[in-house]
Ligand binder design. Sequence first.
Ligand code: ADP
Ligand code: MG
Length: 454
Amino acid sequence: MTNDAWGRVREQLITQIGRNNYTTWIEPIRLATLEEEVARFEVPTSFFGDWVSRNFAEHILHHLKQGGNAVARVEFFVPARPMTAANDAPRKAPAPRALRARAVADEDLPGATLDARFTFDSFVVGKPNELAHAAARRVAEGGPVTFNPLFLYGGVGLGKTHLMHAIAHELQAQQPQLRVLYLSAEQFMYRFVQALRDKQIMDFKELFRSVDVLMVDDVQFIAGKDSTQEEFFHTFNALIDQNKQIVISADRAPGEIKDLEDRIKSRLQCGLVVDLHPTDYELRLGILQQKVEFYRSQYKGLQLAPGVLEFLAHRITTNVRVLEGALTRLFAFASLVGREISLELTQDCLADILRASDRKLTIEEIQRKVAEHYNIRLSDMIGPKRLRNIARPRQVAMYLAKQLTPRSLPEIGRRFGGRDHTTIMHGVRKIEELMATDSQLTDDLQLLRRLLQG
Ligand code: ADP
Ligand code: MG
């Protein structure tokens, strides 16, 4: 009777929490008793039970109730004889320990659950992320491990977490037998500290060493946290030795993470290190076009004026999360006031976001970047030399200053060593002229613009 009830609940749980979570966390547990409104589940380790309790107890309870069972509480306990033994060493069987079910909303550290929207299908590929995407795809094929770990890094909101979840979804769909564990470095630390406190460190080790694919998000978090680093290092090595795939993300390259032990840095560099570059205009537009399809279906009949997406892609250059937030607000607002999404409405509704995104690019920054790019001295930018190999970069800088800042020609002239505004105008025109025929120059400008605005 209990098993029937549980069987149905399990089926419902697959759809609710996803196959990945289901295989990792639900399949190994067993409903032992359902008495006096308490459903008691056997779990392999207390760490395991705690995790299930924190993350899925609420779902389990809900579905048990839905199935018409008289149940008010779920509990998890480790049976007197452990279901799995970590090693041969004699060890005291832990006493059954009930873990109080906590609501998911109480979860101190959410994030271990995969976001159903973060799939490969919904990931827009462009120049800035094509390598990272290709590497993620390769890992998601689940074939023989060719590089280990895969280390993804890049600034905030550029799609690291999205790609990791996409890998997990794909693996789970294609190879459901694999145990895929995704968590943030923060959760890793939290679990570790908890295991230390509860003297469950063997269980902790066992759990992390028993997965087929381990993904740790935002690993920069463990920098400076010595014992967590140490444990991470051992987990990492154990899995690599077993040829299990590891995927790591961070906000910067391994070598640039401060307070991370050198041996960890070098281990992280052993596999494939790929970065997600800041978005470019084309990618942003692509992402907006994709997201807008969703909003169109949500808010039927809402009109979107031409040019609005282009405007947003041009103006909001910070990151994709901000871009998404802007779109959400825009559609909600327009449907509320029942008006077409025009350029004016966009500017009104998003004034604060647009202002914050307005990176104040200075003429000095432009001069510095251009000088760097053409390998000339910054002082030559403003100096009097007329040699072609100095005059041309100077004109490029003038052109970019006119294009990318709101400064007037006389103001720009002043910043170029007190040149007259007509000299600046001449420089700008010269570059415009050359662009028509000189593809190298066009490439240079594109690159510089990306560097300056990224
Ligand atoms: P990160 O982990 O690098 O900080 P996320 O993966 O959380 O960034 O991405 C932030 C948001 O932007 C998410 O909603 C994600 O779906 C979206 N996003 C980022 N890059 C892309 C992309 N290339 N295509 C579609 N959505 C993206
Ligand atoms: Mg992230």
